[in-house]
Structures are given as structure tokens and as C-alpha cells.
Design a binder for this molecule. Sequence first.
Ligand code: C5P
Length: 226
Amino acid sequence: PATVIVAIDGPSGTGKSSTSKAVAAQLGLRYLDTGAQYRAMTWWMLTHGVDVADPAEVAAAADTPRIDSGTDPEAPTISADGADASGPIRTPEVTAAVSAVSAVPEVRARITGLQRSIAASAEGGIVVEGRDIGSTVLPDADLKIFLTAAPEARAARRGGELKSAEGGRPVDLAATRRDLAERDKADSSRKTSPLRKADDAVEVDTTELTLEQVVECVVTLVEKAA
Ligand code: C5P
């Protein structure tokens, strides 16, 4: 097809974002970080007095904020009601609340709708990364990738990201590993659209691979699928 749609799913710390951005940049495709959309919704709720522990309140607010995603893989942007959310969505407060917010069906329906319309209008094609893209959001994607990695590798990668975000201060790897495990458990066990490998997804275990190797592997698969 003239436009290629690539879905990249998997748990946190498997290299999804780095891989997705690099593949999109290399192939001249657009890029959508769906985790950033759920985080922006969560940030908006936290800053607008919504009790994120109350699914009914979350559901009632799900249609209110405008969530805008810029899809340039070299400089992706995310905003809520016009306010730049790219910094605040990475805070521990948002990270701790995002799984509860994204488990609410009204939130998923709203954001899934945004994702489908962005993918449908992406000229040339798009790489969409998340948890349920291949299984639910874009079941007709030309290529579906499911990234995995051993828990130690995932904690080490996420710890490295946190460390650079903290200006080089060391992080507690055991705590990072626990946080990841908790979020995955919540994301995999929710009723609506859980984290799951689509039946027709290609699984890539990134534990022993460098980012460059994963990117090369996915680029080759996209070229075969397009
Ligand atoms: O990818 P990231 O870690 O930024 O995602 C944050 C959270 O957003 C996930 O832990 C999950 O709760 C939610 N999410 C989701 N469905 C997606 C992408 C992210 O539920 N497609």
C-alpha cells in the first residue's frame, strides 16, 4: 500500500519509544506515542480536580480536554487544552495515576477515536506505539510488532532514562523494577483492551539487542510488509 501503518506494542522498558521514533524517522513516516495521550489525559485530570481514583468521575471528564499530538518523529509534541504537556506527563505523579485512568472504558473510547483518525490522515504512513494498537486500535495494520525484554533489562533501561531526567542522580533499580511490574500487571489485567500481543504480531525479544539492531530488524520487516 502507498501508506504503511505499523503498530508497535509491548510493556514499558522494552525500547518501544526509541525504536518507534527511529523507525519512523528512517522511513519518512509519522509517529504517534499513544502512552503520551493517556498521560496527557491523566495530567489534565490531576490538574483539574478530577479524583482519578473514582472511575465514575474519570468517565464523566473523559470527553472534556482537547488532546493534541504532533506526529513528527524528530520532535513529537503533546498538549492538553493547548497547554504543553511534554514535561508534566513524565512526572512520578502522572506515572502513578495513568494505569487507573487508562483502564476506564470512556477514556479508552475517546483516545482510541483520536488514534484512529490520526492514523487515517497520516500522509505516507505512521508508526503507532502503545499497548493495544495491534490488538484493538488498528487491527488492520500492515505490520504488528510486539516488543519484549527480560525484567532486569527493562528496569535497567527505564532506570537509565530516569537517571538522565534527574540530572544524573542515581535511581533505585529495585524500586524501578517493582514500579514497572505493577504498571504491567494493571495494564495486562484490565477488562477493556488490556496489554496483549495480537495473534498476528511479530514478537521481538530485545533483551540481548542494541537499539540499532532492533531498529534494523523492524525496518526490514516494514519494508517486507509495505
Ligand atoms: O508508554 P507509556 O509508559 O508512556 O504509557 C503510559 C501508560 O498509558 C501505560 O502504563 C498504560 O496504562 C497506558 N497506555 C494504554 N494504552 C496504550 C498506551 C498506553 O493503556 N495504547
